[in-house]
Design a protein around this ligand. Structure first.
Ligand code: F6P
Length: 372
């Protein structure tokens, strides 16, 4: 066995998304080629650190995975060591520290979303040197303009809405397409604008049923006898509740959003004569090969994380801000959600081309003025 100057662990935490393998490849190849490091991959997120299920990741192990969806290491959203659900919610963080010390690791690279970054932040307080890499289709991590996986999810959702468009046109229907994204509307906003959706409903702007119905009727009257509605799973009507698909303690995040498209279809039944159909895109948005953008983002962020880990950095997440790569302290981003700001340029552009966001434009215009 060759003697390496450095030993670094890597894991993929939380839900999977396209681009995780590209990030693993970048971390492993950069550490191996540029920093003479030995890389160990932990199975199923933090579970691998608790159970010490770990394997060496060599250059050849990550060759050929750039374009593959999912993660060769496996992922888990039940393995928060501070609330370890496989052991009834026990705090097993001491076990993580023990694994880290026993394996004589110099650093850990955690590729994950908000849950993973919050866990990583707490682990730095236990003297584990961690560098985070942001991934999630939701794009809701504070401190970075983009997360790995988001671009692919937008591309899948855009393609789906394009397809729904043609059938909506043929049958003169209102077609509602539900995207993922949890409590932020990034996917619905980007895919909705990209596909020319007539109505885009985001968690950030509580919609009015009357306004959505008015848009559908106006389009019908003007001879455009169909309407496309892109709705984020976290959207809700004014003063209404989130639509929850499932609640349960078997996951770290006990609330599964989902079902708003059917609720909205029901709300539109009375005010509209037109038939309404719904499509829930679901996990399709998380599957398949990453786009070129996501592959490049994963490669850039992964190699940067490798360099930081080799340099002895800790408690930071690599990030992209205004097209430049940087890093942000984990304690500044932990337990926060990045939502779509009311003055986001894409939202304003949507308004300019006549897209409805489910409230009267005058109301929204008032919201979209930047506040100083
Ligand atoms: O965070 C990614 C995400 O796909 C969300 O958009 C969605 O609400 C959630 O995960 C679904 O979680 P699960 O895969 O556990 O059903």
């Amino acid at each position: 066995m060759p003697n390496h100057s450095l030993r670094v662990g890597v894991l993929t935490g939380g839900g999977d998304c396209p681009g995780l393998n590209a990030a693993l490849r970048a971390v492993t190849k950069s550490l191996t080629l540029q920093h003479d490091a030995e890389v160990l991959g932990f199975r199923d997120g933090f579970r691998g650190l608790v159970d010490r299920t770990v394997e060496p990741l060599r250059y050849r192990d990550v060759s050929g995975i750039l374009t593959r969806g999912g993660t060769i290491l496996g992922a888990s959203n039940k393995a928060d060591p501070f609330n370890y659900l496989p052991r009834g919610g026990a705090d097993v963080s001491a076990q993580v520290v023990k694994t880290y010390r026993t394996l004589d690791l110099d650093a850990l690279v955690a590729i994950g979303g908000d849950g993973t970054m919050s866990i990583a932040n707490r682990l730095t307080e236990l003297d584990i040197d961690i560098v985070g890499v942001p991934k999630t289709i939701d794009n809701d991590l504070v401190g970075t303009d983009r997360t790995v996986g988001f671009d692919t999810a937008v591309s899948v959702a855009t393609d789906a809405i394009d397809r729904i468009h043609t059938t909506a046109q043929s049958h003169h229907r209102v077609m509602i397409v539900e995207t993922m994204g949890r409590y932020s509307g990034w996917i619905a906003l980007h895919a909705g604008v990209a596909s020319g959706a007539d109505v885009i409903l985001l968690p950030e702007i509580e919609y009015e049923v009357d306004e959505v119905a008015r848009v559908c009727r106006d389009r019908e009257r003007s001879g455009q006898r169909f309407t496309i509605v892109a709705v984020a799973e976290g959207a809700r009507r004014k003063e209404g509740d989130y639509v929850v698909q499932e609640r349960g303690d078997e996951y770290t995040d006990s609330i599964r959003l989902g079902g708003i498209s059917r609720v909205l279809a029901e709300q539109l039944r009375e005010p509209l004569d037109t038939s309404v159909r719904t499509t829930v895109l679901g996990h399709m948005q998380r599957g398949g090969s990453p786009t070129a953008y996501d592959r490049n983002l994963a490669t850039a962020l992964g190699s940067r994380a490798a360099a930081l880990a080799a340099d002895g950095a800790s408690g930071v997440m690599v990030a992209v801000q205004n097209d430049a790569f940087t890093q942000v302290p984990l304690h500044e981003i932990a337990d926060k959600t990045r939502t779509v700001p009311a003055d986001h340029p894409l939202l304003t552009s949507g308004l300019d081309v006549g897209t409805s966001f489910g409230v009267e434009d005058a109301d929204l215009a008032a919201h979209t003025q930047p506040t100083f």
